[in-house]
Design a protein around this ligand. Structure first.
Ligand code: NAP
Ligand code: GDD
Length: 334
């Protein structure tokens, strides 16, 4: 039975990845940081199948101790401060988690067992003020937030440890991916949750920032499969993972409100509070390398994604005692 360590297992991607690895017969070690209250909502349905261990990307010794105790063959580094606006208000902390955290994990691997295969959660935010459309593996980076800058650091460090120490390290340059498990402050879930609340008479307004920003949005359940595929190749490489389609925030709003026969213009208020000091205007990825070499492609399109998120929010609001369904229940046709 192969063993995989997943950092950030309580996050959106960590929960889907753990579910995916379990379905492939892995022993999954989920690293969580200590909190005063437990936040295992996203992994509740698989919690008894995962070995939960305490560790923190800020703490070098905890990472070394986990690798020494569990001997994983694969490490998926998904933990990060991942919310772009927070990176503007807490840039130093974001650098500690999202940039230096990668160094700590790679150092732990180098010291304990350099044969461990390593996945780094890189981001399309690294392309920022894009210099090429669509963005591919060779597109130069131009990050537009402390988060994006921190991710560029983690990305190049992964490349550097591959070239310096021959570590099997891959960076997945993932474009935005969403799901019912997405944090509520991210724009997609903020919108679908508001639509469900408005539909149920629980709210009458949605305040948003820049409606013109364009993103390449996919389904998180598809994207974790790509992470695993990257670590199963003969040689480590970096891959863009994206749908190849881009939509504005306004289009997402229109689709979500329209799905519930609501006129978005009656509810949406633009609020400068949600504008960012520097914006990423347009992201659209070219995942043809992943298609060719990994055989990866997305299974959920834009409309399917919006609808499954609205449906899930309506279900949860109707019966808050429900936990998250598995990815297979969410998208049965995959
Ligand atoms: P998420 O939902 O915000 O989850 C982040 C996870 O990191 C949580 O489990 C969090 O733990 C953990 N974490 C934060 N700081 C930590 C620390 N110091 N030590 C240990 N764990 C820590 O993010 P996500 O959407 O799943 O994204 C996963 C990764 O992919 C992130 O690195 C993100 O930057 C990157 N990424 C995401 C996307 C996307 O569209 N989702 C696209 C490209 C790249 P708590 O639960 O305790 O907060
Ligand atoms: N969060 C948020 N809230 N964003 C808003 C709002 C709002 O009220 N109104 C408009 N937006 C716009 C933002 O300005 C941004 O252009 C876009 O919606 C998407 O914002 P987010 O959903 O917060 O995601 P992100 O693109 O900044 O970052 C996500 O994707 C990255 C990959 O490109 C995060 O998951 C990052 O961790 C990830 O790396």
């Amino acid at each position: 039975m192969p063993t995989a360590l997943v950092t950030g297992v309580t996050g959106q991607d960590g929960s889907y990845l753990a579910e995916f690895l379990l379905s492939r017969g892995y022993q999954v070690i989920g690293m969580v940081r200590r909190t005063s209250t437990i936040n295992f909502d996203r992994i509740r349905h698989i919690q008894d199948q995962i070995e939960i261990v305490q560790g923190d990307l800020l703490d070098q010794m905890s990472l070394i101790a986990i690798l020494q105790e569990y001997h994983p063959q694969e490490v998926y580094n998904l933990a990060a401060q991942s919310f772009v606006p927070t990176s503007f208000t807490q840039p130093v902390l974001t650098g500690e988690f999202t940039a230096l955290g990668v160094t700590r994990m790679l150092e732990a691997i180098r010291i304990v067992d350099p044969t461990i295969r390593f996945y780094q959660a890189s981001s399309s935010e690294m392309f920022g003020k894009v210099v090429e459309v669509p963005q591919r593996e060779t597109t130069p980076f131009y990050p537009r937030s402390p988060y994006g800058v921190a991710k560029v650091y983690g990305h190049w460090l992964t490349v550097n440890y591959r070239e310096s120490y021959n570590i099997y390290g891959c960076s997945g340059i993932l474009f935005n991916h969403e799901s019912p498990r997405r944090g509520l402050e991210f724009v997609t879930h903020k919108i679908t949750h508001a639509v469900a609340r408005i539909k149920m008479g629980l709210a009458d307004e949605l305040r948003l920032g820049n409606l013109q920003a364009q993103r390449d949005w996919g389904y998180a359940g598809d994207y974790v499969r790509a992470m695993w595929l990257m670590l199963q190749q003969d040689a480590p490489e970096d891959y863009v993972i994206a749908t190849g389609e881009t939509h504005s925030v306004q289009e997402f709003v229109e689709e979500a409100f329209g799905y519930q026969d609501l006129d978005w213009q009656e509810y949406v208020v633009q609020d400068p509070k949600f504008y960012r000091p520097a914006e990423v205007d347009l992201l659209v990825g070219d995942a043809s390398k992943a298609g060719r070499e990994l055989g990866w492609e997305p299974t959920v399109d834009f409309r399917g994604l919006v609808r499954l998120m609205v449906d899930a929010d309506l279900r949860t609001l109707q019966d808050p005692s429900q936990g998250y369904p598995s990815a297979a229940e969410e998208v049965p046709q995959r």
